[in-house]
Write a protein that binds this ligand. Structure first.
Ligand SMILES: [Zn+2]
Length: 338
């Protein structure tokens, strides 16, 4: 994928393209930001833009870009270009010192077929401490013609000595339109499936993909079930019981924090729909059109300020989950609040 094909992050890709054009790309880059937003894709696009044989000047903000078709671009895309080295964590989410030693031994020579050698390290926080230490000297004084690009969703987990030697570029979340566009363009999902999953993915294509392959309809049922239960204003004990379905799946396995967060985000979007219905909005604006019937039946129970109050509780529960609170504690707290 070339820089111009990257969805979102235009400010950063513009900056990178300009640096590549002026041959002033920093020798060590750390692409930091949430997982699943395209950091690795940008790293590869940079490697292509640097080494492409027939670079282009695309219309728009980008000063320069790879053609995406030449021999170099093709080899980089297939991870077989001799001068573009991709290091990824193993099955145990670890990058061992041997791997780094091997990579470094290959950077002792000038680039073989490309303009610059690019060493890309994915999820660099998976580097063992010894591997990070072995990198220090190269990051401090990169071998001639070599650029290091590290990506990480948790840059704070890197050694400060590694962090301080890299120029950091901060990646933000994607918009839900960008996530939907990536799902249809690059992953062959239908517009409908993409529109369905994108708003729940928290700005991450990775999360959208996990979600779309999971049972979204089951999460949706759980969410509307919680709202129906709360509308019934049952006693606290039966609510806590109902919350059980939210934090524990059918196989008695506790759901992941991410699954619970998806259900909560669904609840939040349904509460916005309820408010829209109560305000007499056109049904075409609903974020959950499949549930129009159920939502209409619930609207009266969420009239006045109630939708907003419940929304605020759901929002607090989501924040607590993001701060690593346990799913059981959070869902039971929420069930009582509703
Ligand atoms: Zn090319």
């Amino acid at each position: 994928m070339t820089l111009r094909e990257i969805l979102g992050h235009r400010r950063l890709t513009t900056l990178l393209a300009r640096a590549i054009e002026r041959e002033s790309l920093p020798p060590t880059l750390l692409l930091a930001g949430p997982s699943g937003v395209g950091k690795w894709a940008v790293a590869k696009a940079v490697a292509q833009a640097v080494n492409c044989i027939e670079r282009v000047a695309p219309a728009g903000d980008l000063a320069i870009d790879a053609c995406g078709k030449c021999r170099a671009c093709d080899r980089i895309a297939r991870n077989v270009h001799v001068d573009v080295i991709a290091v990824e964590p193993d099955d145990r989410a670890s990058i061992k010192i041997d791997v780094i030693r091997d990579v470094l031994s290959r950077t002792g020579f000038r680039p073989f077929e490309g303009r610059r050698r690019v060493v890309m390290i994915r999820d660099a926080d998976c580097l063992e401490t010894s591997a990070q230490n072995s990198l220090l000297k190269s990051l401090e004084e990169p071998p001639p013609g070599t650029t290091f690009i590290l990506t990480s969703a948790v840059p704070g987990a890197l050694l400060p000595t590694v962090r301080s030697r890299c120029m950091r570029l901060r990646f933000g979340r994607l918009t839900s339109t960008e996530v939907a566009a990536a799902l249809t363009r690059d992953h062959d999902y239908t517009d409908e499936a993409a529109r369905d999953a994108a708003p729940l993915a928290d700005g991450s294509l990775g999360q959208a993909l996990a979600l779309i392959d999971n049972d979204l309809s089951m999460f949706r049922e759980l969410a509307i079930g919680m709202l129906q239960q709360a509308a019934g204003r049952t006693d606290a004990q039966s609510r806590v019981q109902a919350a059980g379905a939210l934090h524990t799946g059918s196989s008695r396995k506790e759901r992941t924090r991410e699954s619970v967060a998806i259900v909560l985000r669904l609840m939040a979007s349904m509460l916005r729909d309820l408010e829209a219905i109560n305000a007499g909005a056109d049904r075409s604006v609903l974020a959950n059109p499949l549930l129009t019937h159920d939502l209409e039946a619930l609207a009266r129970a969420y009239s006045g300020d109630r939708a907003r109050t419940v929304f605020a509780s759901v929002d607090r529960a989501l924040t607590a989950l993001e701060r690593n609170a346990g799913t059981k504690v959070v869902t039971e707290w929420l069930a009582v609040q509703l």
